[in-house]
Design a binder for this molecule. Structure first.
Ligand SMILES: O=C(CO)[C@@H](O)[C@H](O)[C@H](O)[C@H](O)COP(=O)(O)O
Ligand SMILES: [Zn+2]
Length: 200
């Protein structure tokens, strides 16, 4: 690799870092109040023995799993297990529903199967437009569940279907990578906030 190519790549890497930092700083300024609302919603559900269902596609599927692992296993401290299920993990359920019905209903059918009133759905979509996350939110509402939606860009279609009692955390960025990086930070804020309220 030539020195010029190396230098160019280093510049690109540094730009990712500075853009990511900038997005997160902007998010801290504009989103903190709503992040606290999300912590409160999740804490109220978990303190009443209710559970969290989480869903998303691609990188957001990984985020849903990451979050469920931190609630069921642990985040930063030893504490009792907290109930959470990622709806993106069971390949038999996912392939059967996508094959027999459609990809659009892979999460909503699981919400109808597993969700109860008082549970919380965490729906993650950087565009706010993934049809299967939208269908999951609609199914959650019909079940009497609350919704926390992680989006970005202009919030997409999801921003129009949320209720006042739901929480919409829309990252102020247009690039999917920046939005996803900030979503991960939001998840860790939720884990920390819930642990603090429940176990400190
Ligand atoms: O991780 C990435 C891109 O960084 C991709 O896998 C990305 O998550 C997928 O394209 C998703 O299908 C995008 O869906 P969404 O965030 O718009 O709901
Ligand atoms: Zn990604």
């Amino acid at each position: 690799m030539s020195d010029e190519i190396k230098k160019n790549l280093e510049q690109r890497v540094k730009k990712h870092f500075s853009d990511s930092i900038e997005t997160k700083q902007k998010a801290a300024e504009t989103m903190s109040e709503d992040i606290v609302r999300a912590i409160n919603l999740m804490h109220q559900a978990l303190a009443s023995e209710k559970k969290i269902l989480a869903c998303g596609n691609g990188g957001s599927a990984a985020d849903a799993q990451h979050f469920a692992a931190e609630l069921v296993g642990r985040f930063e401290r030893e504490r009792r297990e907290l109930p959470a299920i990622a709806l993106s993990t069971d390949s038999s359920i996912l392939t059967a529903i996508a094959n027999d019905y459609s990809y659009e209903v892979i999460f909503s059918k699981q919400v109808r199967a597993l969700g109860h009133a008082g549970d919380v759905l965490l729906g993650i979509s950087t565009s706010g437009n993934s049809a299967n996350v939208i269908a999951a939110i609609e199914a959650a509402h019909l079940k009497g569940m609350s919704v926390i939606a992680f989006t970005g860009k202009d919030g997409g279609k999801i921003k129009n279907i949320l209720k006042n009692s739901d929480v919409h955390l829309c990252v102020p960025a247009d690039r999917t990578a920046r939005i996803q990086e900030t979503h991960l930070l939001l998840l860790h804020c939720l884990c920390d906030g819930v642990d603090h309220l429940m176990f400190d």
